[in-house]
Design a protein around this ligand. Structure first.
Ligand SMILES: *Cc1c(COP(=O)(O)O)cnc(C)c1O
Length: 422
């Protein structure tokens, strides 16, 4: 078999020899070179919020290219970065006062962990443990893999991953166990921060937990002087029904990571927001207390301009109403699967809907993955199940009818796949 020049992410090229070439994007659709439209039911890996190529965001990008390309962000600044920082602080949970830019979700989390450790280091408090929730995903760099769930995805790198303390997933009925475990870790005195995906564990299988758990964890963190890092990379920008998922728990984290929907999904950008206390722990005439982090493309002006335009979209368009419509459409369509023995654990958080295919445990699923994706593609829908978890996370411009098409595809594909396992 010939080998491709382009090495694609999370792709076993020996099993998936061809990639469908996309020629254009439009609203809720990818359009291939043959002009076929594919409903992007997972927002191109969760980044597209309003829809592909929102006119206002694309216009802002075009305008920015008339003035800027990359500008070194040490020693210098620019209006899009400053405007965006002001805008982010205005909509973020209270207490977040500073914005540090990077370029992906993973780096925003790396930055957050470094801020937390730097905070305690600069205050000469020896705290070095990070607490995470079992089943979490925080990115694919060595640092973020260390904080995420271990498995076949990172077995090769295991010797280099650092140790973290893990809380059991706070499933309904098991909330107190997670809270108690966190408090026990905190009593040890070495916990610097709890790093957590608020309300929904995304890549871990769209696992949803109660907002009250997040509030309880925050309360414990506060009592023991630990920081809470909210990884809102997936949950931010309306995904779970509110601008940030933390809002539903009524909490403000000490550090907040945002990336995917920050530019509406048009171009890469990330931001890590921190409280004044964390910034102030790095504020010193002693250069050794500097926050030592940068990436070449920090605060790219074109990306910042796209994000400023995204904020304007949120201000001037009925985005939350669209989100309510998507939520209602999910609810109506999911109802048809209630009591259906082919599915277990039908669930929804805002614009995210998920249901687990009732397949026997074992190696079968690994084989079924590419096949299910192909069956969905043949039906004109982009859906990528996570193991046996079939989920939809569409852009907010999707119509109830288009979602209906995605649910029809799930209905058909589930039958085909389950027949073959029996
Ligand atoms: C996607 C994701 C990341 C990593 O973001 P990248 O931009 O892919 O590096 C981190 N945390 C969460 C919760 C995510 O969903």
């Amino acid at each position: 078999m010939s080998r491709p020049t382009v090495w694609h992410p999370f792709t076993q090229h020996a099993l998936e020899p061809t990639m469908r070439r996309i020629a254009a994007t439009d609203g809720a659709y990818l359009i291939d070179e043959g002009g076929n439209r594919i409903l992007d039911a997972i927002s191109s890996w969760w980044v597209i919020t309003h829809g592909h190529r929102h006119p206002r965001i694309m216009a802002a990008i075009r305008a920015a290219t008339e003035a800027y390309d990359q500008i070194i962000f040490a020693e210098f600044s620019h209006e899009p970065a400053e405007q965006l920082a002001e805008g982010l602080i205005a909509i973020a949970p209270p207490g977040l006062k500073h914005v540090f830019y990077s370029d992906s979700g993973s780096t925003s989390v790396e930055v957050a962990v470094k801020m937390a450790l730097g905070y305690f280091h600069n205050r000469c408090e020896p705290r070095d443990r990070i607490v995470v929730v079992e089943g979490s995903y925080h990115g694919d760099t060595i640092g973020t893999m260390s904080t995420g769930e271990r498995g076949v995805f990172n077995a090769a790198y295991e010797p280099l991953l650092f140790g973290v303390d893990r809380l059991p997933f706070p499933a309904a009925g098991f909330e107190q166990e997670a809270l108690d475990r966190f408090e026990a870790y905190c009593r040890g005195g070495r916990v610097a921060a709890l790093l957590i995906e608020p309300l929904v564990l995304g890549a871990g299988g769209m696992k949803i937990y109660a907002p009250s758990v997040l509030a309880g964890l925050k309360d414990i963190a506060r009592r023991y002087g630990c920081l809470l890092i909210a990884d809102e990379v997936m949950t931010g920008w309306g995904r779970t029904g509110t601008m940030f998922a933390c809002e539903q728990a009524g909490i403000a984290p000490d550090i907040l990571c945002t990336s995917k929907g920050l530019t509406g999904g048009a171009v890469p950008l990330a931001a890590t927001l921190s409280t004044a206390e964390i910034f102030d722990a790095h504020w010193s005439t002693d250069r050794r207390k500097t926050f030592f982090h940068s990436s070449s493309y920090t605060a790219n002006p074109i990306a910042c301009a796209a994000a400023v335009a995204n904020l304007e979209v949120w201000r001037s368009e009925p985005v939350l109403e669209r989100i309510r419509d998507v939520e209602a459409a999910h609810r109506r369509h999911l109802a048809r699967f209630e009591g259906d023995p082919r599915f277990i654990d039908i669930r929804q958080a805002g614009t995210i809907a998920a249901l687990d295919l009732a397949v026997p445990a074992g190696g079968y699923l690994a084989e079924a993955g590419p096949r299910m994706r192909r069956l969905f593609r043949e039906r004109g829908v982009l859906i990528r199940p996570l193991g046996n978890v079939v989920y939809l996370m569409p852009p907010y411009c999707v119509t109830a009818q288009e979602l209906g098409h995605a649910y029809d595809a799930i209905d058909e594909v589930a039958t085909i796949v389950l027949e073959c396992t029996g």
